[in-house]
Design a protein around this ligand. Structure first.
Ligand SMILES: Nc1ncnc2c1ncn2[C@@H]1O[C@H](COP(=O)(O)OP(=O)(O)OP(=O)(O)O)[C@@H](O)[C@H]1O
Ligand SMILES: [Mg+2]
Length: 451
């Protein structure tokens, strides 16, 4: 992403003849050359979607002085990569930037100032996206943005200025991103154009990495993540998992909810701890994770103790009896979890299906594991009961969650203290007298007559 050299002296506005963008590879060239109003770019991981669209948004913003350009990602943290890329590679065209507002102004206004605006936003609070007219939109990781955010907030924002949109992402099953993609391959839909590329079409993607991930990942996951195929979530242990439904924004846990921990031991494999808070209705909120390899027990214990949750108890892998004893000795109230894999999976699946298991958006490893946890396809088909074997990869937090859920299934957080409404207080203050009760024995507080 080299820029043409520019010169400036203090009395003259900065003049930039043109922005020299990056050198796109073949797939990226085709995408940039297309002029459709809505472009959908479904690609494998590391294809170069973000780099391509950072260049695209700078180009669009630069060519339309005074324009409003948005980069929207599912959660705020995901905007960071693009924001940093833009600031790092295009300093000469930036007039003003504000990291806390995730806002950049370009120098393409009339006087070399007050030019176009590029704003980075998250789609997890769609109401914050309302009320603007937008010229150009990039939606990153579109498969994980809710359809509601697109239809109710972003699409209307593009309406008055006839704004353009680019949707980039790796497929995640056949959700609304798939439907959008399908529009772009339908020749009748003139405003939409779809592109699909596997990661391998990026010449910068290391070829040895391709073989390695192919070997490591379940077939379906590889097809989706690297070959950019929209596949049903067959083979997944938790096909009911849905980021839109099961991931939530962190919030402060009320003090009366019970908190438990689940532990899966590991050394070269990650040592995984998950913390779950259970609300009065029995909904599990997975609020935190610890996921570290190659560390000593002392280091793990120090990190666990660093968490300030009021944990009732930890449930750990029952095959690690000596580790459990060590944790107990070091003051953690810890016992063996239940190892029944199939029963545990059924319970977790039921919680997911009924919307009673949520994961805080900060738990990256847990979210990734829910998305990758799959049945061992090599065994599938060979034996009737083979579906009951899960692939032993990316399953550490999954195990820890099972131990916890199996041991706490009937637990509910304590009932919240019932708050009295203002009306109730008023009624009590005015009518709960012996005299009143005697006079109106059937009318609670007597307030019914007045309100
Ligand atoms: N045209 C290009 N020139 C140089 N490097 C490139 C090009 N296209 C992609 N890359 C490199 O490929 C890698 C992946 O790029 P990028 O982060 O844009 O991919 P992505 O598809 O957004 O990945 P992810 O799926 O992780 O979000 C980066 O190291 C990037 O520099
Ligand atoms: Mg990216």
């Amino acid at each position: 992403m080299k820029k043409k050299k520019t010169t400036r002296n203090s009395s003259q506005p900065l003049e930039i003849e043109a922005i020299q963008l990056y050198k796109p590879h073949e797939g990226q060239k085709g995408f940039h050359a297309d002029n459709s109003r809505f472009r959908i770019l479904a690609c494998g991981r590391r294809w170069g979607k973000t780099i391509a669209c950072v260049n695209e948004i700078v180009k669009q913003a630069w060519e339309k002085p005074g324009s409003i350009n948005w980069w929207v990602a599912p959660v705020y943290q995901q905007c960071d990569v693009a924001y940093s890329m833009l600031n790092k590679h295009f300093p000469e065209v930036i007039e003003y930037q504000n990291k806390s507002k995730m806002l950049v102004h370009l120098k393409n206004g009339k006087d070399g100032r007050h030019g176009s605006e590029i704003r980075f936003l998250s789609a997890d609070k769609p109401h914050n996206l309302r009320g603007w007219g937008v010229d150009f939109l990039v939606m990153d990781e579109a498969a994980f943005v809710t359809e509601q955010a697109w239809k109710e907030a972003l699409r209307p924002a593009l309406a008055d200025k006839k704004g353009k949109g680019v949707f980039i992402g790796t497929p995640a099953g056949k959700n609304w991103f798939y439907d959008l993609f399908a529009r772009g391959v339908d020749p009748k839909q003139k405003s939409y154009k779809s592109f699909r590329f596997s990661s391998k079409t990026n010449p910068h993607f290391p070829s040895e990495e391709w073989d390695e991930v192919k070997d490591e990942l379940p077939e379906e996951v590889f097809k989706q993540e690297f070959q950019a195929e929209f596949i049903e979530r067959a083979g997944m242990v938790y096909p009911e998992w849905n980021r839109n439904k099961h991931v939530c924004i962190p919030f402060e846990i009320p003090p009366n909810w019970y908190v438990y921990g689940g532990i899966d031991f590991g050394y070269t494999n990650p040592f995984a701890v998950i913390w779950a808070a259970i609300d009065p209705e029995g909904t599990y909120y997975i609020i935190d994770e610890y996921y570290e390899r190659n560390k000593t027990m002392n280091e793990h214990i120090a990190s666990i103790k660093n968490r300030t949750y009021n944990v009732n108890m930890y449930f750990a892998d029952p095959s690690g009896a000596q580790y459990i004893a060590e944790l107990q000795k070091r003051g953690l109230y810890c016992g063996p979890g239940n190892r029944d894999v199939v029963a545990g999976i059924n319970r977790v699946a039921e919680l997911l299906k009924t919307g009673r298991l949520k994961v805080f958006s900060t738990c990256d490893n847990i979210i990734k594991e829910f998305e990758h946890y799959s049945w061992d396809s090599k065994r599938r088909g060979r034996r009737d009961f083979s579906k009951e074997k899960v692939k032993k990869v990316d399953d550490h937090a999954m195990d820890a969650i099972r131990y916890l859920v199996m041991m706490t299934y009937h637990t509910r957080g304590a009932e919240p203290a019932k708050k009295k409404s203002e009306v109730q207080r008023w009624r009590e203050a005015h009518f709960r007298t012996k005299k009143h009760n005697k006079k109106y024995p059937d009318v609670e507080g007597g307030a019914g007559m007045l309100l």
